[in-house]
Design a protein around this ligand. Structure first.
Ligand SMILES: C[S@@+](CC[C@H](N)C(=O)[O-])C[C@H]1O[C@@H](n2cnc3c(N)ncnc32)[C@H](O)[C@@H]1O
Length: 223
């Protein structure tokens, strides 16, 4: 994992001309990271060993560093669950001093912790949460925004859904825009074992050179 982390941070440093290790250290030492670790512990105690689905620590840290490095003004994500990725994007935007996030999810069930459980309350001002199927809501949100600076996928991880979301988001990304995704390694069911994951496959078709680290992928639209 240490090698993967170092390679990912080097890749972000090279692409965005930042010191990504310093940004990762900033994250580790932040009040937000302490608040988040505490809150995640509470969530795990509520949920027990069963349903988690929340992004792992590596993916969250990488997302924070990516947003600090790329400094998107408008970001869109699909797949919120309890807000781990959203909370990290918003924390990085707050550190950047700019940014708004539009997040789409089917919503949590009654009796579950709420969608914003892992989002620190003072970071919610720049956040719009849209409840619904991304097949219906993503085109609407993107049409309303016009151009966006970053798209992050973490909703339904089928090949078709992932490819569809990348394709539609790509139409709204300018040169230099960020296309990022979770589950870039995980196989999509049994058949997925025999075919390439949707993210590297999409990047290859579009001539993008993605950074793949653990289960997170990052690509930059050509400038
Ligand atoms: C892996 S979880 C997201 C984890 C979250 N990003 C995090 O960092 O913890 C996947 C989420 O995608 C949502 N989802 C699944 N299919 C969807 C769809 N078609 N449209 C919108 N959201 C969907 C689920 O409701 C679930 O909350």
């Amino acid at each position: 994992m240490e090698n993967t982390r170092a390679r990912a941070l080097d890749g972000i440093s090279a692409r965005w001309g930042v010191d990504a290790l310093a940004l990762a250290n900033e994250y580790e030492e932040s009040d937000f990271a302490r608040w988040y670790a505490d809150r995640l512990g509470t969530l795990q105690a509520i949920l027990g060993p069963g349903r988690m689905g929340t992004s792992e620590r590596f993916g969250c840290e990488l997302l924070y560093v990516l947003v600090r490095a790329a400094r998107p003004r408008i970001a869109v994500e699909t797949g919120v669950l309890y807000g781990a990725s959203s909370g990290h994007i918003l924390a990085a935007m707050a550190a950047n001093g700019q940014g708004e996030l539009h997040s789409i999810d089917l919503g949590t069930c009654s009796g579950e912790p709420p969608y914003n459980f892992l989002v620190r309350p003072d970071l919610m001002a720049g956040w719009r949460y849209v409840v619904g199927d991304s097949r219906r809501e993503l085109p609407r949100v993107l049409a309303g925004l016009g151009q966006i600076d970053m798209f992050y996928h973490d909703s339904l991880h089928t090949f078709e859904q992932m490819t569809w979301e990348y394709e539609i988001a790509a139409r709204h990304l300018p040169p230099g825009g960020v296309l990022a995704s979770h589950d870039v390694v995980t196989a999509d069911g049994i058949l997925g074992i025999f075919r390439e994951n949707a993210f590297p496959a999409f990047c290859r078709r579009r001539g993008l050179n993605p950074l793949l680290a653990h289960n997170t992928g990052v690509a930059q639209w050509p400038t």
